[in-house]
Design a protein around this ligand. Structure first.
Ligand code: CU
Length: 501
């Protein structure tokens, strides 16, 4: 209904305009043709002059009024190392084009006024002029060459890929309708391989190949978190249509093309907090962030860098916005350490896990780190809690039914060795325990032998034998129920009791 009324109104307006024009024509005929042409030329040429004033007035006013909202000006200076170069190139280009724009338009409107119709005045016919041709071909060509050559140098510098031996953080951004997957390499610093045939929505959006151990610690993040001052290489790709990885504040923009990985290397130079403090100095950013709530936080405080898809990729295009956080390298390390890998959270010990039931180096290392923490706590003289002095070494493993240490124990044993080196007076008792499967006296023997194995290992690694007593308790001191496999595995253990240090 509304659109029908609009169409009807437009049609009516058109009829009215035609009628007015007709009346005007008839009245002009009455006045005489010559006089009417002069009047019309006057009116038009003065109108064009006015238009010229309004055009330049709004151009200058707009540029000044919005200066602090425009990238590259006021507080919105680039937050990356290369960004300043792009901004200066933009400014140089703008400088030359604005000169040409101003000269052309001032001349255009002025000439329209100066040479407006007058009776008896005739235009001069100028078929060709070599000098003029030289000037208006030569000058633009010269300026273009400067801009293009400067641009090429900047392009080669900005788009240079990382070289071997460079230290950088590798991130992968994969786009699809309508989301980003931001993958970080985890502790090993390397992204694992992927294959589109392995894609499983939800558990494996990228098609990571879990046989590749580099994949096991890769994690995904909803936000793009970056360390200040560290080189970042983002490899960019898409799963369906063309998208674009755009970080406006860092002057980073690159197409995400299905099937052809692209990349961008850049170094963030300002943390989010530092950027906010810059904004704070400008009145434009001291207004309430929510225009409907005068008590809301000021705009500078709620500012966040953002990642946008800069390609109109479909209906939900707008929802591809992601927050970007730049933090100090220390905060970044902390954040990295707190992330859980996709493999651990969705794949580990499921049917898709090629390492199902096996211990991973990654897990052994983190268990060893836990053991180290517990050990340090026990050896802390301010810690009066004597129960902390007995450590459960559940991460020392033996071959089934035997006292032979399995290679997986290496990580935990080296933690013990380190403790003996660090605390020269450390004396301990090593005790073996088993579950209740099998014969009690056999279990007692096994527990003793296992404790002795640990001692033998440490002696072999230059720990004095007098610093360690061993004993075995067999199945007499369970810490958990022997009715479940999980409980039994907790009962099979070595304990490390600190006697003195
Ligand atoms: Cu997109």
């Amino acid at each position: 209904m509304t659109s029908l009324i609009i169409i009807f109104s437009v049609a009516l307006l058109f009829v009215v305009l035609v009628q007015i024009a007709k009346i005007y024509e008839i009245s002009e005929e009455l006045k005489g043709e010559e006089a009417s042409e002069i009047a019309s030329a006057d009116l038009n040429s003065k109108g064009l002059l006015l238009f010229c004033v309004v055009l330049f007035g709004t151009f200058i006013w707009g540029s000044l009024y919005y200066a602090n909202y425009m990238l590259g000006y006021g507080p919105l200076e680039a937050a990356s190392e290369h960004g300043g170069k792009i901004d200066s190139m933009f400014n140089i280009t703008a400088f030359f084009t604005i000169i040409v724009f101003a000269i052309c338009h001032l001349a255009l409107f002025y000439f329209a006024y100066k040479f407006r119709y007058r009776p008896g005045r005739k235009a001069m016919f100028l078929p060709h002029d070599d000098k003029l041709e030289m000037i208006w071909t030569g000058i633009p060509a010269f300026v273009m060459v400067i801009l293009v050559v400067k641009g090429l140098f900047a392009w080669n510098e900005i788009m240079a890929d990382t070289k071997s031996g460079d230290e950088y953080l590798s991130i992968e951004a994969t786009a699809w309708q309508f989301a980003w997957n931001l993958r970080y390499p985890g502790k090993d610093g390397q992204l694992g391989v992927k294959d589109f045939r392995l894609i499983k929505p939800g558990s494996n959006d990228l098609g990571q190949d879990w046989h590749d151990e580099r994949n096991l610690d890769d994690f995904n993040s909803d936000e793009l978190v970056l360390p200040k001052g560290k080189k970042v290489r983002v490899s960019i790709t898409a799963r369906d249509v063309l998208h674009n990885f755009y970080l406006p504040h860092f002057r980073v923009k690159m197409d995400a093309v299905p099937g052809i990985p692209t990349y961008f290397v850049f170094t963030p130079t300002k943390t989010t907090e530092e950027f906010r403090q810059e904004l704070r100095k400008y009145k434009e950013y001291n207004v309430p962030s929510d225009p409907n709530d005068p008590n809301s936080e000021p705009k500078w405080k709620t500012f966040n860098y953002e990642l946008a898809c800069a390609e109109l990729c479909g209906k939900g295009h707008y929802s591809m916005r992601r927050l970007v956080k730049v933090v100090s390298p220390e905060e970044f390390e902390k954040w990295m350490a707190s992330q859980k890998s996709q493999y651990i959270s969705a794949i580990r010990n499921t049917d898709e896990d090629p390492f199902k039931g096996k211990k991973l180096d990654l897990e052994l290392k983190s268990e060893a780190a836990e053991l180290k923490n517990a050990l340090m706590k026990a050896l802390d003289t301010t810690n009066k809690n004597s129960s902390d002095r007995v450590l459960n070494l559940h991460n020392i493993y033996f071959e089934t039914g035997s006292s032979k240490l399995s290679s997986e124990s290496e990580f935990a044993l080296s933690v013990l060795k380190e403790a003996f080196e660090k605390y020269p007076n450390l004396k301990v008792e090593i005790a073996g325990h088993t579950d209740n499967v099998g014969d009690a006296s056999a279990n007692l023997n096994l527990s003793r032998e296992r404790a002795n194995s640990v001692r033998a290992y440490l002696i072999e690694h230059s720990v004095n034998s007098e610093r360690m007593n061993t004993t075995g308790y067999g199945m007499t001191k369970p810490v958990s129920s022997n009715d479940t496999e999980e409980g039994r595995s907790m009962n099979r253990r070595i304990e490390f009791k600190i006697l003195s240090f």
